[in-house]
Design a protein around this ligand. Structure first.
Ligand code: PHE
Length: 460
């Protein structure tokens, strides 16, 4: 009874969609997607990504929400409840553990990068972008990465902002925040797209993103696209499962997920459209320039546009907000676990989890300077190892287990019951994809992605 009471359902209509979209839309869409698309051949990558979202991401997201709503608790307790209900082994509780651990690991470096947006917001409001060109913008960004204390400061602030909201709980804290951040974010993206139109490069950008060559498709890009589909939809790390636990039983899971995924894809595409339009309109900047893309190219554009002070500040403010709503969802599963399982007060639970993630994040801070060439595993430094390990391994493995559990282990009558608000046709297609296609696709891609790396390591 206590569990149900703690998991008071979202207070207002539409809150689940807003919260799930808020979790999904974040640095993954605005920072990561444009640069990995740029590095992996543009249009070919976009196509792979859309396919991964539609064929694997959406079905698994539906399954993950279903688990959360059925279990009505944090991911670990949820999985334990449901596997008991299904009469299945304790092994399946691992899904909950994997999710909470992956979420925690991602949170640790996510706030470091989100911290850059705090820094850049401060630069924007002081009108520091005026007169920047490609070179000086690169220098400005490099100076930030080299400055450990600035990085630690912003990492700390971001973690604190995240913990603060959850101390107030899901309804009072999170629900209040998402109701105003999400609509503003969408308006701002559209405004930026409108501005990008005036650069005259929107068409070049669209061509870069949508006209593809078959030879650009590669296994490596497929693995990255799949990992990103999981990352951007917040799958496999407990966040969506934890939010699903607050979803009313009367809501249609399938329809909701399709809306959330569409919004998420839309944000990634709109952002990429205007980011690449700015890239092509600015001499000396490459589309394949990597993690610095939005921190190097956009400031140059902001510095030279008439309303740059306003647009630049508003842009970075919105990135902050979208990242903030995502970090909140990364922190929630572990906080809910400590709160429900060990009766920690929400405030202490927030302090413990956020404190530990903050500590681990210091390794990521150092990965941008002192440790940048320091190999942790397989030629990657601390931060890129965590990124690879979570996005390319933990999340797909979590997703694979979710698909197998819901598709093969969970009682079919229960899944039917949970999906009764959706059409029987959607249910049939979903179940088929979840049982056969999704696990196979994820498995092949995990093996293909890890095998070459492993053989290189073994050969050495
Ligand atoms: N989906 C978020 C993004 O694209 C990242 C995230 C992952 C947030 C998992 C919460 C949970 O930025």
């Amino acid at each position: 009874m206590k569990r149900l009471k703690q998991h008071a359902i979202w207070g207002r209509r539409g809150s689940f969609i807003l919260a799930a979209t808020g979790s999904a839309v974040g640095l993954g869409n605005i920072w990561k997607f444009p640069y990995i698309a740029g590095e992996n051949g543009g249009a070919a990558f976009v196509l792979l990504y859309l396919a991964c979202v539609a064929l694997v991401g959406i079905p698994i997201m539906m399954a993950e929400i279903m688990l959360g709503r059925r279990g009505r608790a944090n991911p670990i307790t949820t999985m334990n409840n449901i596997r008991t209900e299904a009469g299945a082994s304790w092994f399946w509780t691992l899904i909950g553990w994997l999710g909470v651990i992956a979420g925690f690991l991602i949170l640790s470096y996510y706030t470091v990068i989100a911290g850059w947006t705090l820094d850049y917001f401060a630069l924007a409001v002081q009108n520091k972008f005026v007169g920047l060109d490609g070179d000086s913008s690169n220098k400005l960004f490099d100076a930030l990465l080299a400055d450990r204390s600035r990085l630690v400061q912003s990492h700390t602030s971001f973690m604190a902002m995240t913990a603060l909201v959850l101390m107030f709980g899901v309804n009072k804290g999170l629900e209040n925040v998402i109701r105003w951040t999400m609509p503003i974010l969408l308006l701002l993206l559209l405004a930026l797209l409108g501005y990008a139109y005036t650069t005259g490069e929107l068409l070049t950008s669209a061509r870069f993103l949508f006209s593809f060559n078959v030879e650009d498709l590669s296994w490596n890009a497929t693995l990255i696209a799949l990992g990103h589909a999981f990352f951007t939809l917040s799958l496999g790390m407990g966040a969506i499962m934890a939010y699903g636990a607050y979803m009313p039983s009367t809501a249609a899971i399938g329809k909701t997920v399709i809306i959330v995924a569409l919004l998420d894809v839309l944000v990634a595409i709109i952002t990429s459209l205007f980011v690449f339009a700015f890239v092509f309109a600015t001499p000396g900047i490459q589309a394949s320039q990597g993690p610095g893309l939005i921190f190097v190219t956009l400031p140059v554009a902001f510095g030279s546009m008439p309303a740059g002070l306003f647009i630049g500040s508003a842009f970075f403010l919105m990135v902050i907000l979208s990242a903030w709503v995502s970090t909140i969802s990364l922190l929630e599963p572990a906080v809910a676990y400590l709160n429900e399982r060990f009766d920690f007060h929400r405030i202490s639970a927030c302090l413990i989890v956020a404190g530990a993630a903050w500590l681990l994040g210091l390794g990521s801070v150092l990965s941008f300077n002192e440790w940048s060439d320091q190999e942790l595993i397989w030629g990657m430094n601390f931060r890129t190892s965590i990124d690879f390990f979570t996005a390319n391994l933990l999340l797909p493995i979590g997703g694979l287990l979710i698909a197998i559990f819901v598709g093969w282990v969970m009682n079919i009558e229960i899944t039917k019951h949970e999906m009764q608000q959706d059409s029987p046709y959607l249910y049939a297609v979903w179940r088929f994809v979840l049982r056969y296609f999704a696990p196979l696709a994820v498995l092949v891609i995990i093996v293909n992605g890890v095998y070459p790396v492993l053989t290189v390591v073994v050969a050495e």
